[in-house]
Design a protein around this ligand. Structure first.
Ligand SMILES: NC(=O)c1ccc[n+]([C@@H]2O[C@H](COP(=O)([O-])OP(=O)(O)OC[C@H]3O[C@@H](n4cnc5c(N)ncnc54)[C@H](OP(=O)(O)O)[C@@H]3O)[C@@H](O)[C@H]2O)c1
Length: 219
């Protein structure tokens, strides 16, 4: 069996915690990091030996796949701070370009017809690879719908670089979902919040592989 890529989850809030927890359930080792080591250490104590807490700089150095489970603006900063170290790494971006509005909901913080995936990939550090993935469901479904039986739920992803498809699909499977590539990053808007394939968009629910053909034309 070939060795799986080393994966790190950076940012251990709603989404990062759900992803790290799923990976451990999927029997995959995961490096965890947040702004403080204490936060990562606390989560790893809960998850057990498969979750390894480290400082952010060590996570960036050690991992081949880095899930940046932080907010859109934070990812932009992260790219600047770790520009050199991210060379050769696969970045997984679950972000939605949204912020709280005045009515207790959320509003898009970039132009209506743009996506976080496209904008962030344009800022990608030299030599890094990029996939939009693991953000197409809300945190509750990411946690509760993982490893569902008898039919798994789908997590859509998008990437321009098809050489990383296998690693992204393995990551999604190890999270307990069936991966479906929806296309290049120009399709990213479809799998971000308000998009037609997002749980908090027109889709409004999780779907199975059998149901996908009714809602999407995968690449
Ligand atoms: N929540 C959802 O249902 C959902 C669904 C799909 C996609 N997403 C996307 O997933 C991302 C994370 O959302 P979330 O709800 O998990 O947010 P969250 O609960 O606020 O968690 C973000 C975590 O990342 C930490 N953090 C922030 N900047 C960091 C940095 N530079 N390095 C390391 N850690 C950092 C935060 O620490 P502090 O709290 O100390 O700042 C916090 O622990 C967002 O882009 C969001 O759009 C969320």
């Amino acid at each position: 069996m070939t060795q799986k890529s080393k994966v790190a989850v950076i940012g251990l809030g709603n989404i990062g915690t759900a992803i790290a927890t799923n990976l451990v359930k999927g029997n995959r080792t995961v490096i965890v990091a947040d702004k403080t080591f204490e936060k990562a250490n606390k989560l790893s104590q809960k998850l057990g030996n498969l979750a390894q807490p480290v400082e952010i700089s060590a996570a960036v150095k050690e991992a081949e796949i880095i899930v940046l489970a932080i907010w859109f603006e934070g990812i932009k900063e992260f790219f600047k701070t770790y520009a050199t170290e991210l060379d050769g790494k696969i970045i997984v971006d679950p972000s939605n370009p949204i912020a709280p509005d005045e009515k207790g909901g959320f509003k898009k913080i970039i132009e209506k017809d743009r996506s976080a995936g496209e904008l962030l990939s344009a800022l990608l550090p030299k030599g890094a690879k990029f996939a939009k993935a693991l953000g197409t469901l809300g945190a509750a479904s990411l946690e509760n719908a993982a490893f569902r039986q008898p039919e798994k739920a789908v997590e859509f992803y998008a990437t321009d670089d098809t050489s990383i498809n296998a690693q992204i699909e393995e990551l999604i499977r190890d999270n307990g979902f069936d991966p479906v590539r929806i296309g290049n990053l120009d399709q990213s808007i479809r799998i971000e919040v308000f998009g037609d394939l997002h749980e908090f968009g027109a889709l409004g629910k999780t779907v199975t592989l059998n149901e996908v053909k009714n809602v999407a034309e995968p690449a």
